[in-house]
Ligand binder design. Structure first.
Ligand SMILES: NC(=O)c1ccc[n+]([C@@H]2O[C@H](COP(=O)([O-])OP(=O)(O)OC[C@H]3O[C@@H](n4cnc5c(N)ncnc54)[C@H](OP(=O)(O)O)[C@@H]3O)[C@@H](O)[C@H]2O)c1
Length: 289
């Protein structure tokens, strides 16, 4: 039995769909959810659904009974709670005899020394905790989703230009669908015990290069603007984010500017057995040009 946590979220749902595409029987997949009403589509496909909350160890122990492979998708709770929640899930996996634990971490040059501080350090603490749990593990260090780009660069980028204070920093953005497929590969093939992979594109691009890709695909000249941090935060708030979330995203922009996501490592092609979707193709498809 494979259990996927965060199954009502983007990555969990896409991973379950990828497992189904690979021919895994829905009865062999369990989705861990907090709210069954959010899992109607999974239930309609025959996927098993169990209730569990990372805050509630007993609910996790109940849900993990009989599970062989567990994909622990990192929590989206307030940052301060995330490591504790992940510990609860790892402890429950150990107690219930899960035979392979896969954790979705984060791919930066140095999570401990990042300018993002505690925003990302919990991924390092979790990866360390996974490794000492005495369960065969795989840590999947994910880069930033390519799907985040429209949100990072401003909603009117095709008319007003790419707007983010990210300097010349390069990021190996990878589409979420490719990350989900790579996770499904690790869940369904042997040879991944006690390994750490980086799910990222082979080539990293700056936002100047992303603006050039958008220019090529639209035939318009799309500039790259770098607003001051406070103006970028105002742009994100205007797009609907809370002040806290906007400040959080601005810290990502700073880390990108410092090249913190440009690790030079990528296991995506090896895991997928094909090249990941190219960023220019992804953007052309996304922006429908
Ligand atoms: N690499 C990137 O670019 C990137 C971008 C964004 C996020 N992330 C990280 O990657 C994770 C997956 O991304 P995503 O886009 O799939 O996020 P998402 O759509 O926000 O999904 C998060 C999932 O975690 C579940 N969850 C939150 N708190 C929980 C709890 N206390 N107990 C059990 N489940 C809980 C949510 O359940 P509910 O539906 O009940 O809320 C949801 O299913 C995120 O949680 C975040 O840590 C990475």
């Amino acid at each position: 039995m494979i259990l996927v946590t965060g199954a009502t979220g983007n990555l969990g749902k896409a991973t379950i769909n990828s497992l189904l595409d690979k021919g895994i029987a829905p009865s062999d997949i369990t989705a861990l959810v907090r709210d069954e009403t959010k899992a109607a589509d999974l239930i309609s496909k025959g996927v098993q659904v169990k209730l569990g909350d990372y805050q509630d160890v007993e609910s996790l122990k109940n849900a993990f009974q009989g599970v062989d492979k567990l994909l622990l998708i990192s929590s989206s709770a307030d940052i301060a709670y995330r490591f504790g929640q992940h510990k609860n899930a790892i402890d429950a996996a150990k107690e219930t005899g899960v035979s392979h634990l896969i954790y979705t971490g984060f791919a930066m040059n140095d999570l401990h020394q990042s300018t993002m501080g505690e925003d990302v350090q919990y991924h390092a603490y979790t990866a360390d905790y996974v490794k000492q749990a005495a369960i065969p593990y795989t840590v999947m260090n994910n880069t930033l989703y390519a799907d985040l780009i429209p949100f990072l660069i401003g909603k009117d980028a095709l008319d007003e230009g790419v707007s983010i204070p990210a300097g010349a920093g390069k990021t190996p953005f990878l589409p979420l669908a490719d990350m989900a497929e790579a996770l499904a590969v690790v869940l369904t093939t042997p040879g991944h015990d006690n390994k750490e992979y980086v799910l990222a594109a082979e080539t990293a691009f700056s936002f100047a290069e992303i603006a050039a890709m958008l220019s090529d695909s639209t035939g318009k000249t799309i500039a790259y603007h770098q607003p001051a941090g406070s103006l970028y935060i105002a742009q994100l708030i205007e797009a609907g984010l809370s002040a806290d979330d906007a400040a959080y995203i601005a810290r990502y922009a700073k880390a990108i500017a410092y090249g913190e996501f440009d690790t030079g490592k990528s296991d995506a092609k090896h895991l997928l057995g094909r090249s990941p979707v190219r960023l220019d193709d992804f953007l052309r498809n996304l922006y429908g040009e």
